[in-house]
Design a protein around this ligand. Structure first.
Ligand code: RIB
Length: 302
């Protein structure tokens, strides 16, 4: 089995502010607590896989600024291979994350350097395309690059996991080429064109999409758990009961954990059970990458 993992995606400098309530239009909301963390869906997923011990390589871009320095240092600290991350003139991408008292979040994402990635950056991964079992992609880089990655992965026998987030129109032709699609309930609603507010609806949607597209669909439903369908059957995997402090990166932790488990002979359903354990740890601390568990953290917890 090919044990290496590739991630082509985003790196963001996340700024978290703890706010007492969602501001009204025109309201100026004073904030007492602010913190900073390495983020970006691509980097988060890559770091989770690396923290679990996977040999993980990331292609992406950060600015030639202090935020870019911090993101690279953080990724390296967690064992991610960063030699395919390019420094650009564009500023580093950012996530401005507002955290509500119950731990739920909303965020503005500043694209910055993430949109400077080119096909050449993807090509520079060279022979890794023949050594990696999976590539993980998201929608925080230009979709043209994602199309290129999908075609390249398929040509090299590398499986594709697409985290279709933030939700954006994407041709069915390309979604079908992906092996596993992962979305949360809001993104699921976008792709279904209806509100997905119950596990029943999520199961129906995951089954339909997976059967129509001939791949597997996972819909993460926050506290309710995750719905997993391979087109023939589905399972609802309950989330672990934890005291959620801040949920940023929960989905990324889930995906990085799932990739680890798939690479350790688990089937998709067991892999998602393992993934929920990872995201449970991630939501119990503030920040995305810093909060993600290592194998030791998971074993200590059990
Ligand atoms: O999935 C969470 C991530 O989304 C954050 O780290 C933020 O940067 C955005 O990319």
């Amino acid at each position: 089995m090919r044990k290496k993992v590739i991630v082509v995606g985003s790196l963001n400098y996340d700024i978290f502010t703890k706010i007492p309530h969602r501001p009204e239009l025109g309201e100026n909301l004073p904030v007492d607590e602010v913190s900073f963390s390495a983020g970006g869906k691509g980097a988060n997923q890559a770091v989770q896989a690396a923290k679990l011990g996977m040999e993980t390589y990331m292609a992406g871009c950060v600015g030639s600024d202090a935020m870019g320095d911090m993101l690279l240092a953080s990724a390296e600290k967690f064992g991610l291979h960063t030699e395919y991350i390019r420094r650009t003139e564009e500023p580093t991408g950012m996530g401005l994350v507002s955290v509500l008292p119950d731990g739920s979040v909303y965020a503005n994402i500043i694209r910055g350097a993430n949109f400077a990635i080119t096909r050449e950056d993807v090509d520079r991964l060279g022979s890794l395309w023949d050594e990696a079992g999976y590539v993980m992609i998201q929608m925080e880089i230009p979709m043209d690059i994602n199309r290129y990655v999908i075609d390249k992965a398929k040509a090299h026998g590398c499986k594709v996991v697409l985290n279709a987030a933030p939700a954006e129109k994407f041709e069915n032709e390309y979604m079908k080429k992906c092996d596993i699609l992962v979305v949360n309930e809001v993104e699921a609603g976008f792709y279904a064109n209806e509100v997905i507010d119950s596990l029943e609806k999520a199961c129906r949607l995951a089954d339909k999409k997976a059967a129509d597209m001939g791949n597997s669909w996972i819909i993460t439903m926050g506290k309710q758990g995750a719905v997993v369908s391979n087109g023939q059957k589905h399972e609802v995997i309950p989330s672990e009961k934890v005291n959620a402090i801040e949920t940023t990166g929960a989905g990324d932790s889930f995906i990085g954990g799932m990739i680890y488990a798939l690479n350790h002979e688990m089937d998709l359903f067991d892999a998602c059970r393992f993934a929920t354990k990872c995201s449970a740890v991630t939501v119990s601390r503030v920040g995305a990458q810093d909060s993600m568990p290592t194998l030791k953290d998971l074993n200590t917890k059990q």
